[in-house]
Unconditional design. Structure first.
Length: 424
């Protein structure tokens, strides 16, 4: 029986998880999304074409891998159907490979309206993606959410009408735009029909695939520090992008998990609000943003940028049981003469390597940096660790010693082949 490899973000998202999944996809028969929704944006470049994946696991791009949207996902049908069309226009056999959990929750237009309303009312803004992710998860836990499978029940139309009416009352009471019931009913009946061929019980299917010894990769979305429990609450997303959410979002058991890949960049970034210890609000941060093209995949929002935070990385490794690190953008950091990584926090004069998501702690902590030599030159053609310049090797060895975790995959450029794979 095979075990599933898991790919997880170790910081605030946008670490290049799509790259890792794409690499593992070469050997995988099945790829899976477990949590989040179209708040994710995973960029993968295949044969010179850039794909921005939001809901469908990027494994599908190999055109030979089954792609499963698990029960833990909140699903916007309009976005999904757009993604299906986009993939089909690139000759990807979506009809053959895509499977959608009947238990995934559906996002409706009122979720996005509520997302905007709630954000406007917040004293401490989160900077959500306004895709209705939080309100959709709220409905799930309040037990009034509608799941993909519910769209095929005889009473779907009447339940939906009632739900839109309830949400409209709330929106109207707050002077927010309401939703057109007839329009929602008509479009969602149409979405339901279009999605029906893909819908199934993915839990049973996943276990069947493992028993058939199929290679499986679970593609994480969002990241550890955006986790609703283990992230910098309240500046987080509304799901568990960490290892626990992988289990509850798929129905895999702890025994089904094999390697856990933790993905980071050689520097760091964050979108949205919230504390960020190693953020650089100066021209150095601007330079990282320009060199790393740190703008949102979907929204184009400029990302906040800073040095790599090894204190936070160690925490992410502990939370998720990471056994392999995937370090991306080594080429980007190598363009600096000198660059830094945070090796401890100074909290009111006391140095610590212990991370905490307590807001006051994170806002008080000052990064303690170690400097590294850059100027790596063009490393995009390096295919082995030994081919890398000595200073680049030193940086990676330092990360390994600090975290006690092997750096298995090293991103050396934007193209698919710019990836060093090391054997331990
Ligand atoms: P990927 O998978 C980066 C952030 C948002 C916001 C907070 C809450 O591409 O790494 P939400 O809309 O989820 O309620 O927003 O979480 N956020 C992400 N940031 N990458 C992501 O996904 C994100 N998904 C959510 O910017 O600060
Ligand atoms: Mg993103």
């Amino acid at each position: 029986m095979s075990k599933a490899s898991v790919v997880l973000g170790c910081f605030y998202g946008d670490e290049g998880k799509g790259r890792t999944t794409d690499y593992l996809g070469q050997f995988s028969d099945v790829s899976v999304r477990a949590s989040g929704g179209n708040n994710a944006g995973h960029t993968i470049k295949v044969n010179g074409v850039k794909f921005a994946m939001r809901l469908i696991p990027s494994g599908i791009l190999s055109n030979k891998t089954i792609a499963i949207i698990g029960n833990g996902v909140v699903l916007n049908p309009a976005v999904l159907l757009g993604e299906i069309d986009m993939l089909k226009s690139h000759d990807i056999d979506v009809d053959r490979f895509l499977k959608i959990s009947d238990k995934a929750h559906v996002i409706f237009p009122y979720h996005a309206n509520l997302d905007v309303m709630l954000e406007n009312k917040r004293v401490h803004k989160i900077g959500t993606t306004k895709n209705g992710i939080g309100p959709a998860y709220c409905d799930k836990y309040e037990r009034c959410g509608l799941r993909v499978g519910d769209m095929y029940r005889d009473d779907f139309e009447s339940v939906l009408r009632q739900m839109v009416a309830t949400k409209n009352e709330l929106l109207a009471a707050n002077n927010e735009p309401t939703c057109d019931v007839e329009e929602i009913v008509a479009t969602y009946m149409e979405y339901a029909a279009k999605l029906k061929p893909y819908v199934c019980d993915t839990v049973t299917l996943l276990h069947k695939y493992l028993k058939e010894d199929k290679n499986m990769v679970v593609e994480g979305a969002q990241a550890t520090l955006l986790d609703i429990d283990f992230g910098s609450y309240p500046y987080v997303t509304s799901s568990n992008p960490t290892i626990g959410g992988i289990l509850t979002g798929t129905g895999l058991s702890v025994r089904d998990i094999g390697d856990v890949y933790g993905v980071i960049k050689a520097y760091s970034s964050r979108v949205g609000e919230g504390p960020y210890v190693t953020e650089l609000c100066d021209e150095v941060g601007d330079r990282i943003r320009d060199l790393g093209h740190e703008y949102g995949t979907v929204t184009g929002r400029p990302r906040r940028c800073g040095w790599l935070d090894l204190v936070a990385l160690k925490y992410a490794i502990d939370i998720n049981g990471v056994n392999y690190i995937n370090l991306n953008h080594l080429d980007t950091i190598g363009q600096f003469d000198i660059f830094k990584a945070c090796v401890a926090y100074d909290v009111n004069g006391v140095e610590t390597q212990d991370f905490s998501t307590n807001e006051e702690f994170l806002r008080t902590a000052k990064p303690v940096y170690k400097e590294f030599k850059g100027n790596f030159g063009d490393i995009s053609a390096c295919r082995t660790f030994e081919e890398l310049p000595a200073d680049a090797q030193d940086y990676i060895r330092f990360i390994e010693e600090y975290t006690g975790t092997f750096v298995k995959l090293i991103g050396t450029g934007a193209d698919r082949e710019c990836m060093i794979v090391r054997e331990q």
